[in-house]
Design a binder for this molecule. Structure first.
Ligand SMILES: COc1ccc2nc(C(=O)O)sc2c1
Length: 244
């Protein structure tokens, strides 16, 4: 998978060079390319923003640098085009299902906004030749898209074959597999500062352990994410697909 990230803070994406994503890049599973948007500015101050039409606070990212950057990274006459992801508070929610979708893409490009956002015509222009998704990682507002890109790249890249050591662990994670939150996990020592590992986990009875873990997942989901349990209820009642 090729990943292009367009940003005015390429150093923000240095985290992509470490850990599993970094190893995936070094092994050739990922081809990560960072681009400084200011490469496509030509004034002395390398200006990327201007005041908003219609007034209002803050500044808006100018369309010209973005248009030239997108054309340089993904030439309009190129044989293929990337799927462009634009992190924005106004985007659709980023979910594990979308992470799986992105993991299937051969080429992703991410446009990191700053200030009050990117001139809306940039997404419209890109949409003339590539799929564009405006996506939010949650109901809070960041200062820019870079952190959201780190989140989305990690969530998608770890799903690529060969990136994580034990693919079986993917099936038991929160928001994967059965759509419930993950059960609590324990390791040695069996007793620690007055806290003991639940007896059932020491029993060796794999059927009972699986039952206990499922009960823990259901109770955690009911307590912390009743919305997910509602989706599960619909599935159990034959009304839909919890993965939707
Ligand atoms: C201006 O660019 C931004 C600003 C805030 C922001 N917040 C996001 C989020 O997913 O919460 S993405 C994003 C991009």
């Amino acid at each position: 998978m090729r990943l292009d990230v367009l940003t005015i803070f390429p150093e923000y994406l240095a985290a992509l060079d470490v850990s599993l994503v970094g190893k995936a890049a070094q092994s050739g599973l990922l081809d990560v390319r960072l681009h400084d948007l200011r490469e496509w500015t030509y004034d002395r101050h390398r200006t990327v923003d201007d005041t908003p039409y219609g007034g209002g606070a803050g500044m808006v990212m100018k369309p010209e640098p973005w248009g030239e950057a997108l054309d340089a990274v993904a030439p309009p006459d190129g044989p293929t085009q990337p799927r462009l992801i634009v992190p924005t508070p106004a985007g659709r929610p980023f979910t594990q299902a979308l992470a799986y979708e992105l993991a299937e893409e051969p080429w992703l490009a991410f446009a990191c906004g700053r200030y009050e956002g990117i001139d809306a015509r940039v997404a419209a222009y890109a949409g003339e030749r590539m799929r564009v998704d405006e996506v939010s990682i949650g109901d809070y507002v960041l200062n820019g898209g870079e952190v959201a890109v780190l989140v989305m790249v990690e969530a998608a890249a770890r799903l690529l074959p060969g990136v994580i050591g034990n693919p079986e662990s993917l099936a038991e994670e929160s928001h994967s597999g059965d759509g419930l939150l993950e059960y609590p996990v324990y390791t040695k020592p069996v007793s620690w500062r007055g806290h003991d590992v639940p007896e059932i986990l020491l029993s060796g009875n794999h059927g009972k352990i699986a039952e206990w873990r499922h009960e823990q997942s259901v109770s955690r989901t009911a307590e912390r994410r009743p919305d997910l349990l509602a989706a599960w209820g619909d599935v159990l009642a034959g009304k839909g697909d919890a993965d939707a």
